[in-house]
Design a protein around this ligand. Structure first.
Ligand code: PEP
Length: 253
């Protein structure tokens, strides 16, 4: 049984005061939710206050990135021990914006995944093809390589917490959503690749989220599919009403 997971990626939006105001409106809207794991990934400066505010609520707080080392001379970075010390439970790894603007690669994704697992932080590893790769029929090759390198050298027995987010780069922040057929096909490719590199049991239990212009009106069609276990939501997660509607529409009935 794969529990539905809906995660919000707030990117570089919301001050701590704006983040707290979101929660004040959001909690009542999801108070009856039990079927879905809800994760909010705010900017670093809002992590502490959101962890405190979400204590005893069934909402988890995740980081949008982290370094793989515990400490060191890495100006501007945040370590896994710093995140767990304040109560962060999830982390996005290898979001396409991190890959595009901050030089993250499949190799750093692998290092971060190993580190997250070692620190018992739930890793949400983002993969997805660019438009030119899709148009050149390279989607399967790209996804297979991203998943294979991400999982390289990791004992499958330690991978139970793994979450993958399939985020076609051409659908992120563009308003252009993958059709349910395109998304389901990509999720099947990813699941088959997990089976190939880490075994069919892990493939069957790994949650694979869809991300890319998810909105209240397309969440049900996407998340109702066999291989889609939830969503990673950017723009539409910034508003408490719209994000709660996505959760409601995507949750198993
Ligand atoms: C994202 O940032 O991961 C994302 C999917 O953004 P959006 O929902 O805005 O496309």
């Amino acid at each position: 049984m794969r529990k539905t997971l809906i995660a919000a990626n707030w990117k570089m939006y919301k001050t701590p005061a704006e983040s707290s105001a979101f929660l004040t409106s959001f909690f009542p809207l999801v108070r009856n939710n039990t079927s879905t794991e809800i994760v909010l990934c705010p900017p670093m400066t809002s992590l502490t206050s959101l962890v405190d505010a979400a204590r005893d609520k069934s909402v988890f707080i995740g980081s949008q990135t982290m370094h793989w080392l515990n400490e060191g001379a890495y100006t501007g970075e945040t370590s896994p021990t710093m995140l767990t010390a304040i109560g962060v439970t999830h982390v996005l790894i290898g979001h396409s914006e991190r890959r595009q603007y901050f030089n993250e690669t499949d190799t750093t994704v692998n290092l971060k995944l190993k580190s997250a697992l070692a620190h018992r932080i739930v890793p949400i590893v983002c993969v997805g093809e660019h438009l030119n790769e899709r148009e050149a029929n390279l989607t399967a090759d790209v996804l297979n390589l991203q998943v294979a390198v991400a999982l390289e050298g990791i004992d499958p027995a330690t991978l139970a917490p793994l979450v993958i987010a399939y985020e076609p780069v051409w659908a992120i922040g563009t308003g252009r959503t993958a059709t349910p057929e395109i998304a389901e096909e990509a999720h099947k490719i990813i699941r088959a690749q997990i089976a190939q590199v880490a075994g069919s049991d892990l493939a069957a239990s790994t949650r694979i989220l869809y991300g890319g212009s998810v909105k209240p009106d397309n969440a049900a069609a996407l998340c109702g599919l066999e291989d889609i276990d939830g969503a990673l939501v950017g723009g539409a997660s910034l508003d408490p009403t719209s994000f709660s509607q996505i959760i409601c529409n995507a949750s198993p009935k």
